[in-house]
Design a protein around this ligand. Structure first.
Ligand code: NAD
Length: 341
């Protein structure tokens, strides 16, 4: 079966990472027909917007996209394309697995966390205003509908992937109404999974400390948008950093797979950045497409190349370029496919 997929290479290091990732996914044996469209800084001049309508149309048509990182100007300039995509396509769930890999120097060896972040509301609505010259207000929105929807996603993920427990993370002791509603919604959904998936909750500050000290105690975490953003970087730090942290943004109609990291402009065009996070995002995409065996082959091959340590990028202590690393993983994936046949 052929899968038609939208590919957005992105800004900065994005195009190099996308090329290496395509090479690996094409070696997996799955037939992927790539529809390449550009978004971000590079198209601003041509279209007057960093997110042209034809990009959204392509994703709506194919229902699946793989996306490189896109630059967002700080404090001025165009609005985040990443946030724009999530809102336009109602990609309400952000999924960010963080799993230890042999060969990476980290504090713990057996981290296996899945962060499920609500992607559409909380403080990300951009509802802000100045109050006079010296104060500003930002509005935090939490609804029962979005909170129950993300909690259901977390529990369904747990059921489908053989996970044992979901932990809701909040600050309901202080934000009794907004985070209180998030927690109440999670409890309501959890009741429907009683006896199958365990449920508990933690206050965000305590959760951060526990994740740093005892990450192996946790399984699937479900969080409102802002805490989810922060905790997923914390989890990425536990397993080797931003270069190896994959992600997915999932809605009812479409899904966009992308690394947690940004466009790292200082490394752009240097054949130096690590494509692992985008390759792992590609593996998540294969799983989403029902290509579980191929996804497993890609993840295993990547893990083997990293554990071997001879052909890894500079951030992992090696001297291989983005391209050479991608080629090593692609060769290993193709080898696994031939061995299986
Ligand atoms: P960043 O993730 O781009 O880079 C931070 C540092 O992490 C880099 O300097 C580099 O040392 C390291 N790094 C990140 N990815 C790496 C990789 N693949 N290989 C090796 N090292 C890597 O974060 P930033 O500098 O804060 O942001 C740069 C731009 O990216 C900003 O415009 C920001 O808005 C944007 N951004 C986009 C996304 C996205 O597209 N989803 C996410 C985060 C940031």
């Amino acid at each position: 079966m052929t899968h038609r997929v939208t590919l957005i290479p992105g800004d900065g290091i994005g195009p190099e990472l996308a090329e290496a990732t395509r090479h690996v996914l094409d070696a997996s044996g799955v037939v992927l027909e790539w529809e390449i469209v550009d978004a971000g800084e590079a198209v601003m001049e041509r279209y007057g917007t960093p997110l042209p309508e034809h990009v959204l149309e392509s994703i709506r048509r194919n229902r699946v996209a793989l996306k490189g990182p896109i630059t967002t100007p700080i404090g001025e300039g165009f609005r985040s394309v990443n946030v724009g995509l999530r809102q336009a396509l109602e990609l309400y769930a952000s999924l960010r697995p963080a799993r230890s890999m042999k060969g990476l120097e980290t504090r713990y060896e057996d981290v296996d966390l899945v962060i499920v972040r609500e992607n559409t509301e909380d403080l990300y609505g951009g509802i802000e205003h100045r109050v006079g010259r010296d104060a500003a207000e930002s509005i935090k929105i939490i609804t029962r509908e979005a909170s129950e929807r993300i909690a259901r996603f977390a529990f369904e993920y747990a059921v489908a992937n053989g996970r044992q427990r979901v932990t809701a993370v909040h600050k309901a002791n202080i934000m009794k109404l907004s985070d209180g509603l998030f927690l109440e919604s999670c409890r309501t959904v959890a009741a429907g999974y009683a006896g199958r998936i365990a449920f508990d909750d933690r206050i965000i500050d305590n959760m951060c400390m526990q994740l740093v000290q005892k990450p192996d105690l946790y399984d699937v975490l479900v969080l409102p948008n802002l805490y989810g953003d922060i905790v997923s970087d914390l989890a990425a730090g536990l397993v080797g950093g931003l270069g190896v942290a994959p992600g997915a943004n999932i809605g009812n109609d479409c899904a966009v797979f992308e690394p947690v990291h940004g466009s790292a402009p200082k490394y752009a065009g240097q054949n130096r950045a690590n494509p692992t996070a985008l390759i792992l995002s590609g593996a998540l995409m294969l799983r989403h497409l029902g290509e579980t065996a191929a996804a497993h082959r890609v993840e295993t091959a990547l893990r083997e190349v990293i554990a071997d340590g001879r052909t890894v990028t500079q951030d992992l202590g090696g001297d291989a370029g983005t391209r050479e690393f991608g080629e090593a993983v692609a060769e290993s994936v193709a080898g696994a496919r031939v061995a299986r046949a």
